[in-house]
Design a protein around this ligand. Structure first.
Ligand SMILES: Cc1cc2nc3c(=O)[nH]c(=O)nc-3n(C[C@H](O)[C@H](O)[C@H](O)COP(=O)(O)OP(=O)(O)OC[C@H]3O[C@@H](n4cnc5c(N)ncnc54)[C@H](O)[C@@H]3O)c2cc1C
Length: 496
């Protein structure tokens, strides 16, 4: 038996499941294999940033997700304590401290849902949109040729073959696929190993001041998933259950509470970015492409979901014959620098993860710039040169090609971001641009907020299906139809 599919995704964690979701949403025939029957009962990520909220809003999932409990501008607050109920010492702020700004960067807030609840939500939606998701199915081997990829997988029964046009390797930080492809990694490498115990306890009353992370003197690091579940991170050694209970009570500072131990974990914390994000028809996404240790930047899972989003529209465009395969080269060109910048910023920050070695000597970049203001430089962007910084605040970019199209409310409840994602869009407010858009076959959206795109009233911006600006003309050129047609063909690697 050979199963035929356009895209095979290996790995059903956050990156793989997001890839299946975004591809299915774009009408791509996608099959995902995951060796486990479901999500790990021990969540890792505690929440997701507003940029991921935007990607989920675009596919209509945001209303199913609870809002983040993280206070605006502060991120997850952390304090050193003698115990949860005991004395509180200094609070360790983000580094750099979040700049409180009156500018509203996004229509979305962060998403306050633990990883083991997020994954099934994404999976169910991907299935509803037509993705073929095969849990308890392991990929055993793969090979690629000029026309596609062949994988041998095994579920309950005999091994069988899946033949796909492309393969997304979202098989986690150890990524057997990356290793088999001989793709090396650059970065800090192994940092440390820690143990964790996940437990349920009625401790909500200690969360009222908005602090959710506690460095407990002499015990370890205590944090909450915001749903009655807590995790205590401990040094790496074996623990009997009675000792784990003692540690939990010590961390809480009370032993008169009902504590249910759910599970334990052992985590290898390491950091590294793959030296190539693709090889032929195979694309690395998520931790397979970059292992970014947990920090309050929340770069790990969030960056992986954004990889999947960047890749999905490109695969969809190439599979539909609208773009040449060279468009897929821009995945590495755009996402690898983002991962490297996140790697750099994690170690430039005092978030506790520079403890293994010396901090990175690099300028600190504002969190909002990291979340909303990363610059893509690739053939799918026109006019983003090497002289530009890798990330800035949206108001500093002011509609620069290569950055995420800025958010502004068009009407109550409707953001400029809601205009994008389905396809290529030209934003402008001029009849000649409307005609040019019709001729080029891109959707025309008339908006009044041209200033946030850095445009004069006669200017136009071409926005890609991932909501990034591909090109802009600040004013009206002599021949707008020709200018747009050329820009569209070039940035989309268009076949027409
Ligand atoms: C303790 C901890 C806390 C964290 N907290 C945060 C946080 O708060 N915020 C944040 O953004 N990130 C956080 N992270 C990072 C985040 O959890 C990871 O970045 C994210 O889970 C990676 O997702 P992924 O889908 O790339 O990989 P994974 O979740 O590792 O998924 C890979 C999947 O591939 C499957 N697989 C592998 N090989 C095969 C095969 N041959 N066949 C079939 N399936 C296969 C595996 O079973 C696995 O399910 C944390 C990480 C840790 C360790």
């Amino acid at each position: 038996m050979t199963v035929k599919t356009s895209v095979l995704v290996v790995g059903g964690g956050l990156a793989g499941t997001s890839a299946a979701l975004f591809l299915a949403w774009r009408g791509v025939d996608v099959t995902l294999v995951e060796k486990h029957p479901g999500s790990s009962p021990h969540p890792r990520a505690v929440g997701f940033n507003a940029r991921v909220g935007e990607l989920l809003r675009a596919v209509g999932l945001d209303e199913k997700l609870p809002p983040s409990r993280v206070g605006k501008g502060f991120g997850i607050r952390r304090v050193r304590v003698s115990s949860l109920v005991g004395e509180r010492f200094e609070e360790t702020f983000w580094s750099p401290p979040a700049q409180l700004s009156n500018i509203e960067y996004s229509p979305c807030k962060g998403v306050g849902v633990a990883q083991d609840r997020m994954e099934p939500l994404l999976r169910d939606e991907a299935r509803r949109l037509g993705a073929d998701i095969r849990m308890s199915t392991r990929m055993l081997e793969f090979s690629q040729d000029d026309d596609g990829v062949t994988a041998i997988v095994q579920g309950d029964g005999e091994p069988y073959e899946i033949r796909a046009d492309y393969l997304v390797a979202a098989d986690g930080h150890r990524s057997p696929i990356r290793e088999a492809l001989g793709i090396t990694r650059t970065g800090r490498g192994y940092m440390h190993t820690s143990r964790s115990v996940l437990f349920r306890a009625p401790l909500e009353e200690y969360l009222k001041d908005g602090i959710g992370q506690f460095v407990v003197d002499g015990v370890g690091f205590l944090t909450t998933y915001g749903d009655g579940r807590w995790v205590l991170m401990l040094e790496d050694r074996e623990y009997e259950e009675t000792e784990l209970r003692e540690k939990i009570f010590q961390a809480i500072g009370r032993d008169d509470l009902d504590v249910e131990i759910i599970t334990t974990g052992r985590w290898t914390i390491s950091a590294g970015v793959a030296d190539r994000f693709s090889s032929g028809r195979i694309f690395l996404a998520g931790d397979a492409a970059h292992t970014l240790p947990p920090s309050r930047g929340g770069f790990g899972a969030n960056v992986g979901i954004e990889d999947a989003h960047n890749l999905a529209w490109k695969l969809a465009a190439v599979l539909k014959g609208e773009s040449r395969p060279s468009l897929l080269d821009t995945y590495d060109a755009e996402r690898r620098p983002v991962a490297s910048l996140c790697h750099q910023q994690i170690f430039a920050r005092n978030d506790g993860h520079n403890r293994d070695r010396t901090p990175e000597d690099a300028p600190l970049i504002d969190n909002n710039a990291m979340h909303y203001g990363q610059l893509y430089r690739s053939d799918a962007v026109l006019g983003a040169g090497p002289e530009l910084p890798p990330a800035q605040l949206p108001e500093q970019w002011n509609g620069q090609p290569g950055t995420r199209a800025p958010h502004a409310w068009i009407e109550p409840g409707k953001s400029t971001l809601d205009l994008f994602q389905r396809g290529w869009v030209l934003v402008a407010d001029h009849p000649q641009w409307e005609e040019a858009a019709q001729r080029a076959g891109v959707t025309y959206e008339r908006i009044e907020q041209l200033d946030v795109f850095g445009l004069s009233e006669k200017g136009a911006s071409l926005v890609r299906p991932d909501g990034y600006i591909a090109w802009r003309s600040v004013d009206l050129p002599d021949d707008p139809t020709d200018a747009l047609a050329k820009a569209f063909r070039k940035s989309s690697a268009g076949t027409r």
